[in-house]
Design a protein around this ligand. Structure first.
Ligand code: FMN
Length: 292
């Protein structure tokens, strides 16, 4: 242990133990509910959280069925993809999470997890595997490439999928036709048995950095940068201005008078409240008044 950090060399611990650290730390992860068929047309449905979108042009999704750590066997999904080069990636919402988990059961080869999990098959338009009716979004994909990352238990297999047709439920679209995170009600996978639901208070917005370039934390006055009140998030917001605002403002004088501010900490606490309300300019002016 050093500086409160546990330092681990992956080669010094078991694969299972390091797998646990990876899954715990790289979280939350989105979940691909992958539907495939084998060369005899038998359907398979399994979830994978080693998954993400990696390219918009071409539109590429990648997920990774690993070799089992316990016995180095491979998953039916990988075998099906190697046989047929097709997959439908279905997105998982909170309403689907228990059935999705059931679909991860290691049923024997040829068992259709749509039937076991109770999801509804909808025929795809461009590929053979069906999509999941209950999913808020589904991507019909041709597999571009499968990259094997090793021969031992725990080794991943990157399945690089090109989306050739997307289905988005109109129930998750807002008035502007964009996907609303509130309506999507997405879930993510963390370590152990943990999941997270992206909804309610757990959703928040962060403004993109200014195109014109914010001044950066290094340019903040030292009293602000070294504040014991303002947090890293507060400093990040303050540093996302093109220039430090001018301090003259009767509005801010009134605010300061009405709060009867005396100490630096009081100025910083008040500025923090304005920052958290999205009123960065007023926060800046309060902080600058403190130095007058
Ligand atoms: C939420 C969730 C995420 C999972 N992610 C992965 C993953 O990324 N890679 C993997 O190999 N297995 C993952 N699994 C386990 C597989 O779903 C499980 O081994 C499944 O039975 C494989 O089915 P198959 O042999 O029919 O392909 C995950 C399970 C769950 C519940």
């Amino acid at each position: 242990m050093n500086n409160n950090m546990k330092t681990i060399d992956p080669k010094q611990v078991s694969v299972a133990e390091f797998h646990g650290y990876l899954l715990g730390a790289v979280a939350p992860r989105p979940i691909a509910l992958a539907s495939t068929v084998d060369q005899n047309g038998r359907v398979n449905l399994s979830p994978f959280s080693f998954f993400n979108a990696f390219s918009a042009n071409p539109p590429l999704l990648i997920f990774s069925p690993a070799r089992r750590v316990r016995d180095n066997t491979t998953k039916h999904t990988l075998e099906n993809v190697l046989e047929t080069n097709e997959v439908v990636i279905n997105i998982v919402s909170y309403a689907m999470v228990e059935q999705m988990s059931l679909a991860s059961t290691e049923y024997e080869e040829g068992v259709n997890e749509f039937i076991k999990s109770g999801f509804t098959e909808v025929p795809s338009e461009k590929v053979t595997p069906p999509r999941v009716k209950e999913a808020p979004a589904a991507f019909e994909c041709k597999v571009q490439q499968v990259i094997s990352l090793g021969d031992e238990g725990g080794a991943g297999n990157l399945i690089i999928c090109e989306v050739i047709l997307a289905h988005i439920s109109t129930k998750i679209l807002d008035q502007n036709g964009k996907i609303s995170p509130h309506l999507l009600d997405a879930v993510g996978r963390l370590g152990g048995n943990w999941y997270t639901r992206a909804g309610g208070d757990s959703l928040f917005e962060v403004e993109k950095p200014l195109r014109s370039k914010g001044i950066g934390v290094d340019q903040l006055p030292s009293a602000i940068k070294n504040s014991t009140i303002l947090t890293g998030n507060d400093l990040g917001k303050l540093a996302n201005v093109e220039q430090i605002p001018s301090i003259d403002s009767t509005e801010v004088d009134e605010i300061i008078k009405s709060h009867n501010l005396v100490s630096r900490d009081q100025f910083h606490f008040l500025a923090q409240q304005y920052l958290r309300n999205g009123q960065t300019e007023i926060a800046w002016k309060i902080l600058l008044q403190e130095n007058v």
